[in-house]
Write a protein that binds this ligand. Structure first.
Ligand SMILES: [Zn+2]
Length: 456
């Protein structure tokens, strides 16, 4: 009975409070794992391939500042503690979501916007019950409590939540709870556009891949991009809450690719995130004086640097354009050809590498590197599945790992870790209240400043 009242309360929108001169459309763009290295590599890639002065959308914004990211339990934050800081303005321990360090639930700015009559939309390229989006509606001591996180999503009353797939729905009543709360759960952008519900949850068309919608570099037909999700969310909010809304857009897979130390995929996912920033900037330009856009990252991933021990002054980020597959997709392919019993002989594998990654093609490989690669190919052939290198989201055979290591080394990208780092992250701002974000800040200050900008 108590729960039902919560649902009923959430299904009626409060009257909107917008103060004259304050923005009524607020966009919070979070590049998961997008440190200075990812931004520099994406811009460096544009410089190297275009050379016509093309600038990232985020680098065109008038305020460019930075933020610290440490959590209550470590100088190196995880996405749960960082999400809580960015959503709720509280430092917490790694792994905790929407709760302070003493396990007391804390409110997010999305909930405060909603209480004040604003529409709320959250979209991400990873699962909508993942840490960053979850921090805007869930209150759990562990980020892996997907069922409880899903129940909090149902309870939130938010108008739009979009991402890959829900992980808490297997063998639970979560889908029924979402339906009871009036949430229309749809797959793909056409279905989202057709929904007449006030509350929509938009998931990927592919219900198998749980962690993310897929990398753009793998060109998987029909999968959602962040731009698709952003556009669908924007259209929905303009339909159900045209007088004011808050939207959080997460580029979630930048982090996954950086955990894998896969430079080209980090660049492509950062560009995908940047396209969504472009869409939002276009919206803001057509609503002058009414919008605020804040772009930041929850933390840096990979200790990604714009140099390697091998390249000296010959950084060649343009060569990353020859990589046609993410490290994850290449590892899957390697594993499948080995399992099929038809693994190519080394000379044929070199042709595959040229076609799939660029090595032995556009990216020259010397004799010593070839020897090392060939040796790892042979050991991987003989004990596939034996010796693997695991990251937070994937596990790679040693051959695949070396292929991508070499791509980074030879193009001029360095890595210090397969985890996060404690480096400062960028903060960009544009629109009403932008000057609040100009001084260097701490991640917990950002949501406080957003609420100050809107006068709530
Ligand atoms: Zn991460």
């Amino acid at each position: 009975m108590k729960l039902r009242n919560v649902f009923l309360a959430a299904s009626f929108a409060a009257s909107l409070t917008v103060f004259a001169g304050n923005p009524k459309y607020v966009f919070y763009m979070i590049g998961d794992g997008m440190g200075m290295g990812a931004v520099s590599a994406a811009q460096g890639f544009l410089n190297a391939v275009d050379g016509d002065g093309a600038m990232l959308q985020m680098l065109q914004m008038p305020v460019a500042s930075m933020s610290q990211t440490y959590s209550a339990s470590s100088p190196v934050t995880d996405s749960a503690a960082a999400g809580t800081a960015l959503a709720c303005g509280h430092k917490t321990r790694n792994g905790m979501l929407g709760m302070d360090a003493d396990t007391v639930a804390v409110q997010s700015i999305a909930a405060r916007f909603h209480d004040n009559g604003f529409g709320v939309g959250l979209v991400t390229t990873v699962a909508p019950d993942d840490a960053t989006p979850g921090a805007f509606y869930a209150h759990v001591p562990r980020r892996s409590m997907y069922y409880e996180i899903g129940c909090d999503a149902a309870r939130s009353g938010y108008e739009f939540i979009g991402g890959a797939n829900l992980r808490g729905a297997k063998n639970t009543d979560l889908m029924a709870r979402l339906a009871d709360a009036g949430v229309d759960v749809v797959r793909g952008r056409e279905a989202a556009a057709k929904s007449t519900s006030r509350r929509v949850m938009m998931l990927n068309t592919d219900s198998v891949k749980k962690n993310n919608v897929g990398y753009t570099i793998d060109s998987i037909a029909g999968v959602l991009t962040l731009a698709d999700l952003t556009e669908s969310c924007l259209k929905h909010l303009m339909r159900v809450s045209p007088d004011g809304f808050f939207m959080m857009v997460e580029g979630g897979t930048i982090d996954h690719a950086a955990h894998s130390n896969d430079a080209a995929t980090v660049v492509m996912q950062t560009l995908d995130f940047d396209r969504s920033i472009g869409l939002v900037r276009q919206f803001a330009a057509s609503h002058p004086g009414e919008a605020l856009i804040v772009v930041t990252a929850d933390h840096e991933t990979g200790g990604m640097g714009m140099a390697s021990l091998r390249h000296h002054y010959n950084q060649r980020l343009d060569l990353l354009a020859h990589q046609r597959m993410s490290k994850d997709a290449f590892a899957e392919w390697t594993s499948s050809v080995i399992k099929s019993g038809n693994a190519p002989a080394w000379e044929d594998m070199k042709g595959e590498l040229a076609r799939r990654v660029g090595l032995f093609g556009a990216v020259a490989v010397d004799e010593a590197d070839e020897e090392a690669l060939k040796a790892l190919y042979e050991t991987t052939l003989s004990h596939m599945g034996g010796d693997k290198k695991s990251t937070l989201y994937s596990s790679f055979d040693r051959f695949t790992d070396k292929v991508y290591d070499l791509m980074s080394a030879l193009t001029g990208v360095g890595w210090t870790t397969g985890d996060h780092s404690g480096a400062v992250v960028p903060v960009f701002a544009e629109g009403e209240g932008l000057q609040l974000f100009a001084p260097a800040q701490d991640n917990v200050d950002i949501p406080v400043k957003i609420m100050k900008a809107v006068g709530l």
